[in-house]
Design a protein around this ligand. Structure first.
Ligand code: AMP
Length: 294
């Protein structure tokens, strides 16, 4: 496994690599969720490259950029075990020799939820993902469903800017009690860790009601919110996966996401579940989408 820090050297390495090349962008502090993305890339691609870069552009001024967990040696051991070919671990100076003037700014997709709570976050994400794709030039890039709004932004960037790469969405990996794995889970105290699965429980409750055919989101979110304490809600909502705008009513048969963010102490957890709305309820006539009107 080659570990590369310079952009020119990375360009050279990928230019000579067997194709297809699968790419997994990460911020390091790797766990079994990242490993699942890498394993999938390993199954599907001749060469696997993983980037480790804590991107300052996607952190707000009061966020955890400085204290974000960093452990390159442990990360490289995990990646070598999974059979990665190339690790790209550039420093901030390599990626941003000057403060960028030209950036990628998602618009509607970044208006609510993570985009609203973290102004500039998706601008930072989209910009660094585009830069990394331009350096690594993969046929496929692997992203986790765990960060569903980020995935939607990246998919839309690829579509809108005609990028020549296939985005592969991978299932969220969870601990046995339902908590989605995250590098930030390391911040949790024992007590906070015990409380953390309540976010998944709230999402499950909303998903159960949607699957049973509840079509109006507010009452089912009220029920789901009861599962959250002792976590403190940031948001809980139902959205359509390509839009990320709050939805009041859903339609039987459609696929929606239940998304949530909640605080365990000062640590913010995010998670989501994809669900197919059940047919038990009746859609209000004016809400039926054309494909559901017989
Ligand atoms: P990060 O290092 O947090 O930027 O994450 C890098 C990639 O790993 C992103 O595409 C995330 O969505 C994905 N990821 C993070 N946690 C998980 C998880 N628990 N299951 C699956 N993918 C994940």
């Amino acid at each position: 496994m080659e570990v590369i820090t310079a952009i020119a050297q990375m360009r050279h390495a990928v230019a000579h690599a067997p194709r297809p090349l699968g790419f997994v962008p990460t911020m390091g502090a790797l766990h079994a969720g990242h490993a699942a993305l890498v394993r999938r890339a390993r199954r599907e691609c001749a060469t696997v490259a993983v980037s480790i870069f804590v991107n300052p552009l996607q952190f707000g001024p009061s966020e955890d950029f400085e204290r974000y967990p960093r452990d390159l040696d442990a990360d490289c051991r995990l990646l070598a075990d999974v059979g990665v070919d190339i690790v790209f671990a550039p420093g901030v100076d390599a990626m941003y020799p000057r403060p960028p003037d030209v950036v990628v700014v998602p618009d509607r997709l970044a208006r609510f939820f993570e985009g609203e709570r973290r102004p500039g976050h998706f601008r930072g994400v989209a910009t660094v993902v585009l830069k990394l794709l331009n350096v690594v030039r993969p046929e496929r890039a692997y992203f986790g469903q765990k960060d569903a709004q980020q995935l939607a932004v990246v998919q839309r960037m690829v579509f809108d800017l005609n990028l020549d790469v296939e985005i592969v969405a991978c299932e969220t990996v969870r601990d046995a009690d339902g908590l989605a794995l995250s590098s930030r889970n390391r911040y949790l105290s024992e007590e906070e860790r015990r409380a953390a699965p309540h976010l998944y429980a709230a999402l499950r409750e909303a998903a159960r009601r949607l699957e049973a055919g509840d079509l109006h989101t507010e009452p089912l979110l009220v029920a789901a919110r009861r599962e959250l304490p002792p976590l403190r809600e940031d948001y809980l909502a139902v959205v359509r996966p390509q839009l990320f705008e709050p939805v009041d009513a859903v339609v039987p048969g459609e696929d929606v996401l239940v998304i949530g963010a909640a605080f365990a102490g000062t640590t913010r957890l995010i998670d989501n579940i994809r669900v197919r709305v059940g047919a038990a309820g009746e859609a209000p006539a004016d809400r039926r989408s054309p494909e559901h009107v017989s």
